[in-house]
Design a protein. Structure first.
Length: 571
């Protein structure tokens, strides 16, 4: 029997396997058939068939956040364009994904030249995919031959690891199946840039002067710390400085949420009052790996000059910007200062962490005070978080959120474990949470615990079928109020006032779905809860794991306006 040749597709798959990418999310297609066929027969890397491109893209994003690298295989044109939204979110929020595709081959290109043929899935510009993806990746390449393929593939993977952002690689259709040398047995590694010594010294000196002049300093940590493996270094800085610390919503769970230095997540007006008080009073923010979005306009307008900012893109102290200084080197140099300077750690004591039932009761819509068994946003989190804590399940689950009212309520949660809160807090896409569930569970090995808005779920409900197909026991809670509540908050909050004269805008009203029938159709277990008693009963039933996903319709009043969203809407 003749030996099967080792191909370009095999080369990429071998490299991915070396980097612990054991699943590739895929949408099939004729152009990319040589890659998908190789994937189907490649030992140690499993093909995860997805229902559509956004499903695959969101799953790959969550997998990249938890595993350190992800891969997605897409058909040319019609498939890559459909996935573009998900890849853009991964680019913004720093999730490394290898986008794999294939273009019409050399024969098709020659026919187009000779006869002006428009090939299927093509705009007529064979480079259009690569050109578009260059805007949402850190490197993009289309291979026209197997010659030089190993070096080009390696460079792309190194770029993804180095920047913790997506890359794009396509081949002419035939190239994925062409022979290729095997790679070395050594896994690829990120490039570790070195700081200019003088620039580093100047940056640290300026930052140190600002830090030591402060009387109420705070560390403000962000997602880049997690992506680049700097969580241990952050913990050392917290310990050595004695500073309190908070995180952005996107950076939530950059560390285990334990210890008396964590004051809670800062989510602007959605924050609990004790967090807001500390942030408002602080006179220096050691801001590390933090992506500052327009969710933090008050912070930008009032605290910009008080920031010592270190990210992968710049180092800034006050209004002074330093180039050729890396975040890691900057943090390590500051750690040395804290450890060798007399007077540290500071004797700063964090306020006690809120205990159940807070912070939820104070933020629940007071309209429902007289209806104690009605489920509101805050009551849902009060009871579900208490259940997870009491059942010792917090270390066994990973939460996923798109942008919805639930996301901002969930920022008030305490006690979560490192890298178990995945959200689209910067890109802010509706529906991310449900698509992300498969990737979060496969990437982390923890059970996905997803809280979706009904509008977001409707956008990507087919992901439930992907979970079922792959026997993943994720739980999808759908907060069912039949409206785009978060959209209405920013359009006109008067709609939430009692009385028939106050109505939602027509464009924010959703159709009615039979979620139990949908669960059955997709092969999931279905639950519908309308009271807190029913919710608590369902939570205990969900504790028993199966090999099927669960869809839980959580019926809440249409006009429930959590305090977190009310404050955000008033800004």
């Amino acid at each position: 029997m003749e030996n099967t040749p080792f191909t370009v597709a095999d080369y990429l798959l071998t490299r991915l396997k070396q980097l612990d990418v054991t699943e590739v999310f895929q949408i099939p297609g004729d152009y990319v058939k040589h890659f998908t066929q190789a994937l189907e027969n490649f030992p140690g890397v499993n093909a995860i068939g997805n229902i559509n491109e956004l499903d695959a893209g969101y799953a790959a994003d969550a997998y990249g956040r938890t595993r350190g690298l992800a891969a997605i295989s897409l058909q040319y044109g019609v498939s890559t364009y459909s996935a573009l939204n998900a890849i853009a979110g991964a680019y913004v929020e720093r999730s490394p994904i290898v986008v794999i595709s294939a273009t019409p081959g050399a024969d098709a290109r020659q026919m187009t030249k000779m006869y002006d043929v428009l090939f299927h899935h093509s705009t007529g510009n064979f480079q259009a995919d690569e050109e578009i993806f260059r805007h949402v990746t850190v490197a993009a390449e289309t291979l026209s031959t197997s010659a030089g393929a190993p070096e080009k593939i390696d460079n792309l993977l190194i770029a993804a690891l180095t920047h913790q952002r997506p890359v794009y690689i396509a081949c002419y259709k035939e190239v994925w199946g062409e022979p290729c040398p095997q790679p070395s047995g050594t896994p690829l590694q990120a490039i570790v840039p070195q700081s200019d010594p003088l620039a580093l010294e100047n940056a640290v000196n300026t930052a140190w002067a600002q830090i030591t002049a402060a009387t109420k300093p705070v560390i403000f940590a962000g997602v880049e710390i997690l992506r680049h493996g700097l969580s241990d270094l952050l913990q050392q800085l917290i310990d050595a400085s004695g500073f309190l610390y908070t995180t952005t919503t996107l950076g939530k769970t950059v560390l285990d949420e334990k210890g008396d230095k964590f004051i809670g997540t800062y989510a602007d007006a959605a924050s609990i009052q004790s967090v807001t008080d500390v942030v408002t009073a602080a006179d220096c923010f050691l801001t590390l790996g933090t992506i500052i979005t327009d969710d933090y306009l008050w912070f930008i307008e009032n605290k910009y000059a008080d920031m010592v900012l270190a990210t992968t893109e710049q180092i800034r102290a006050g209004y002074f910007i330093y180039e050729q200084v890396t975040m890691k080197d900057f943090m390590e140099a500051l750690l040395v200062r804290f450890k060798t300077t007399k007077g540290y750690p500071l004797s700063v004591t964090a306020p006690p962490q809120p205990k159940f039932p807070e912070p939820w009761i104070s933020n629940s819509d007071p309209v429902y005070d007289a209806q104690p068994n009605v489920i509101t946003y805050n009551r849902f989190f009060q009871h579900s978080m208490q259940f997870l804590d009491q059942q010792n399940m917090l270390d066994k689950i990973i939460m996923t959120f798109g942008v919805s009212s639930s996301l901002y309520v969930a920022t008030n949660a305490y006690g979560l474990y490192k890298n178990t809160f995945l959200s689209s807090a910067a890109w802010q896409v509706i529906g991310y949470e449900t698509g992300a569930a498969a990737g979060a569970q496969l990437g982390s090995g923890k059970r996905a615990w997803t809280i979706a808005g009904d509008g977001g779920f409707m956008m990507i409900c087919q992901s439930l079928s992907t979970l079922s197909r792959n026997k993943l026991n994720a739980v999808i809670f759908v907060m069912s109020n039949k409206v785009y509540a978060i959209e209405q908050v920013y359009v006109d909050m008067d709609a939430f006032k009692p009385g028939p004269e106050h109505t939602f805008d027509t464009f924010d009203i959703l159709p009615e779905w039979d979620y139990l029938a949908l669960a059955q159709a997709f092969g999931a277990d279905g639950y519908r809860v309308t009271t807190l008693d029913e919710l608590n009963e369902a939570l205990h039933m969900l504790k028993d794991t199966t090999d099927r996903p669960s869809l839980v319709e959580v019926v809440i009043p249409q006009k429930d306006l959590p305090g977190q969203m009310r404050r955000l809407g008033l800004e």
